[in-house]
Design a protein around this ligand. Structure first.
Ligand SMILES: Cc1cc2nc3c(=O)[nH]c(=O)nc-3n(C[C@H](O)[C@H](O)[C@H](O)COP(=O)(O)OP(=O)(O)OC[C@H]3O[C@@H](n4cnc5c(N)ncnc54)[C@H](O)[C@@H]3O)c2cc1C
Length: 371
């Protein structure tokens, strides 16, 4: 049989694949698998607007988001970042441009906050990742609307940010163009699906489907603030700050910024708290005082799908079931690498880049696997 892929590429079909979950991970896999010749069906009762992917900030920031001890996550993130320009260009046919920033700068409020930034900078240096120390004058020139009291950290010139909502819409359109079927059903049991291959991409809900997989939800709140006439323009780079020990970030959008993010262990709770909004607004205004003139457009909470070692779970559970979950705070960043890895896994040739993400590292988990 033949399938029509994007850009008119026609490939032999490889068989059928069910993808459980239509967030950024499931849609990226479905799109890439369909263009590789698989007949793909995505199962999701609430695709797009109920997903974690709809909430996210959209930073592609493996370096400024990194922390000493997380070397494997850093390398995985950098491997995915390298794929992002091509991934975004291929999506350009399916909506407006997804990229909203091309670099990240870091800033701090006090001396202890600067020490935190220097620790990350030195660690990145040790691992041969190129960062540029900033002076106050350079910071002011790059982002004149940031508060004068801030202490400069460093800049990373090739970290990107994307509009996560434009992204998931473009992925859905790319899937449709590649012939992916969308089925609005919750998968209750992997064994009941009739496709040849099954990919589980159910984000923070993964352990409700595969109880042996230790993916837990970690709540995070973000704000969307919209520029009003006469208010200062949003920053052109993503700004990551440490404000008296608390991290906050501002991610540019064409019409404003996303401010994030809180972090709590709160199970499947996605209610926005007054305290979360207060802290985010207070810290963001210390970084960018002009934000007080912006429209308060939205406050929303989602759940990061976290694993015990903060690495995603990517690989085969058995000859029919592959898992792509547990992307934690970096699922938008890791989408292109994950899609490539799953398509390679389906073809029987796993990528070397994902050697540390094997689900079998959790084989000593006590509960039985439902697959
Ligand atoms: C506040 C916040 C800020 C973030 N910022 C960033 C960032 O700046 N950069 C970054 O890279 N990442 C960020 N993340 C992390 C990122 O959003 C996630 O890692 C990513 O969205 C996970 O994608 P996913 O497709 O695995 O899960 P989801 O997007 O949650 O999608 C899972 C889908 O599975 C469906 N589903 C669940 N159970 C079933 C079932 N049984 N059958 C069928 N379907 C099912 C759900 O309906 C859902 O649509 C952030 C997260 C949060 C919460």
């Amino acid at each position: 049989m033949l399938a029509q892929g994007v850009a008119g590429i026609v490939k032999d079909t490889q068989g059928t694949v069910a993808v459980a979950g239509g967030g950024v991970i499931g849609l990226s896999i479905a799109w890439r698998a369909a263009t590789a010749g698989w007949r793909v069906t995505v199962y999701d009762p609430n695709p797009i607007e109920r997903s974690t992917s709809w909430v996210a900030g959209g930073m592609l920031a493996p370096m400024t988001e990194g922390w000493p001890g997380e070397e494997r996550l850093l390398e995985l993130g950098v491997a995915s970042l390298r794929r992002w320009d091509e991934f975004a260009a291929a999506l350009a046919d399916f909506g407006s441009s997804v990229v909203t920033a091309h670099s990240t700068i870091t800033v701090a409020a006090d001396e202890a906050d600067v020490r935190d930034l220097h620790r990350v900078r030195d660690w990145l240096d040790q691992h041969n990742h190129c960062v540029t120390a900033l002076t106050r004058a350079e910071l002011r020139q790059a982002e004149p609307e940031l508060a004068r009291s801030l202490r400069p950290g460093f800049a990373v010139s090739d970290e990107r940010a994307v509009d996560n909502r434009t992204l998931v819409r473009a992925l859905a359109a790319a899937c449709a163009a590649a012939g992916v079927r969308m089925t609005p059903h919750r998968v209750q049991n992997v064994a009941s699906l009739h496709e040849d291959q099954v990919v589980v991409a159910t984000g923070p809900w993964t352990s409700t489907l595969l109880s042996r997989m230790p993916v837990r939800p970690v709540k995070g709140e973000v704000l969307r603030l919209r520029k009003r006439p006469g208010s200062p323009d949003p920053p052109s780079a993503t700004v990551r700050a440490v404000i008296h020990g608390r991290p906050v970030y501002l991610v540019p959008r064409p019409d404003g910024v996303v401010v994030g993010a809180t972090q709590y262990e709160a199970g499947f709770d996605t209610q926005v708290t007054a305290g979360g909004v207060r802290d985010l607004l207070a810290d963001a205004e210390i970084v960018f005082p002009g934000l007080s003139e912006y429209e308060f457009a939205e406050a929303i909470a989602g759940m990061r799908p976290m694993t015990p070692d903060n690495l995603p779970i990517l690989g085969r559970l058995d000859e029919r079931v592959t898992i792509a979950a547990g992307h934690g705070r970096g699922g938008i960043l890791l989408a292109p690498l994950t899609a490539d890895a799953v398509v390679a896994e389906l073809a029987g040739a796993p990528l070397d880049e994902t050697k540390y993400t094997d689900p079998r590292r959790f084989r000593n988990c006590h509960d039985k696997c439902d697959a």
